[in-house]
Every structure is written in C-alpha cells, then in structure tokens.
Design a protein around this ligand. Structure first.
Ligand code: GAR
Length: 198
C-alpha cells in the first residue's frame, strides 16, 4: 500500500522539494502534507506550487509551552494520517512524548557524518576539527538529539580553502540525493543504510 509522507520544514525547503519531486511513478510513497513551524518559511510556497497541502503551526504562538506546540503539531499530523514523517530542515527540537506518538516513523536529515557534530554549526565544527571528510546523515529520530539508527550517509572531501558556507553549499546536492534514496528504501520496508559518495 502506498505510504503517506508528511514533511516538516522551517526554512527554504530544498530537501522537501527533492523529496516531493522523488515521489512519483513506482515510488512506494506520496507526499500528503508539508508542515512548518514558521509561517515565513520559503518552502511553504514551493510545496503549494508542487500541489502538496501545507499547514503552519507557529511555535511563536506557544511562547515557551513546548507541550502545547507539540500537541498542535500532533493534531495537524493526525489530520493528514502520515505513515512517515520526514524532518527536512525542521529546526525545533521534538520532545520525547511527541516522538513516542510517532515512534519508528520519523526520519531526519542532519548536515554531518553522525555521530560527529550533533546540534548546530556542523560545517564550522568539521573545519575546526581538520576533518578530511564531511557529509550528511539520514537517521531515524529517537528521543536523543540527532541520534537514532543511521539509514544513510553521503560523504564528500573537505578541500583546501573550504569555509562553512562553501561546505554547506557543496553538501546540499548530496542531501538532495541521499534523502530521497533513503525515503524510497524506508517506505518499501528496507532499513539497510544507503551510502553515497567518496
Ligand atoms: C539542510 O542543510 C539540513 O541538513 C539542515 O538544514 C538545512 C535545510 O535546508 N538541517 C539541520 O541542520 C537539522 N538540524 P532546506 O530547508 O533547504 O532543506
């Protein structure tokens, strides 16, 4: 049966766009919702342009009440009945209760070769450490931040003269290749990791 995919974004949504564009033909999944915590997220217009329903749960409306924000997020997702939730540049940390409700169904893309560099500023941290390789990871989301079983990684060389911005820009096309490849496998029930790049 075709899997229903909801995609959570906070920004430009280039990974969301790559995921949506991949779900055609014999792909085992289809996008049913793009949801943002930020009404100004550029990805919302992109999703609408691609014909995907959109919704916003503005975290600012909940000030410091994360439980209420997550309850609203959960309600919006229940309406869409997703089998899989893809976090794609979704920049809010999700609590244990939310994750429990969607246990085993949430994927995330993170711009580092996990377990290296959980959290923010991953490109700068890879440069500071003098790493030879940098990359991105798609993993299942568990209650621990940027943790959970790795479902795929794409890696690339760090080159002389690289800056955080250059690394981020060079990594993005790899993210756009990795995330759809992982989603296709995962939606087909295959959890073997996808490994891309040199
Ligand atoms: C991507 O590089 C993604 O890996 C990163 O945010 C960017 C979103 O870009 N995610 C994180 O840092 C999550 N902690 P996009 O909105 O164009 O897909």
């Amino acid at each position: 049966m075709t899997k229903r995919v909801a995609i959570l974004i906070s920004g430009g949504g280039s990974n969301m766009e790559a995921l949506v564009r991949s779900m055609t033909g014999d792909h085992p999944a289809r996008p049913v919702l793009v949801l943002s915590n930020d009404p100004a997220a550029g990805g919302l217009a992109k999703a609408a342009g691609l014909g995907v329903p959109t919704a916003v749960v503005d975290h600012k409306a909940y000030s410091k009440d994360r439980a209420a924000f997550e309850a609203a997020l959960h309600a919006a997702l229940l309406d869409a009945q997703p089998d899989i939730i893809c976090l794609a540049g979704f920049m809010r940390i999700l609590g244990a209760e939310f994750i429990r409700q969607w246990d085993g169904r949430i994927l995330n893309i993170h711009p580092s070769l996990l377990p290296k560099y959980r959290g923010l500023h991953t490109h700068a941290r890879a440069l500071e450490a003098g790493d030879t390789y940098h990359g991105c990871t798609v993993h299942e989301v568990t209650a621990a931040l940027d943790d959970g079983p790795v479902l795929g990684q794409a890696r690339m060389r760090v080159l002389p003269g690289d800056t955080p911005d250059i690394l981020a820009a060079r990594l993005l096309p790899l993210e756009h290749a990795l995330y759809p490849a992982v989603l296709r496998r995962f939606a087909a029930g295959d959890r073997r990791p996808v490994m891309l790049g040199g």
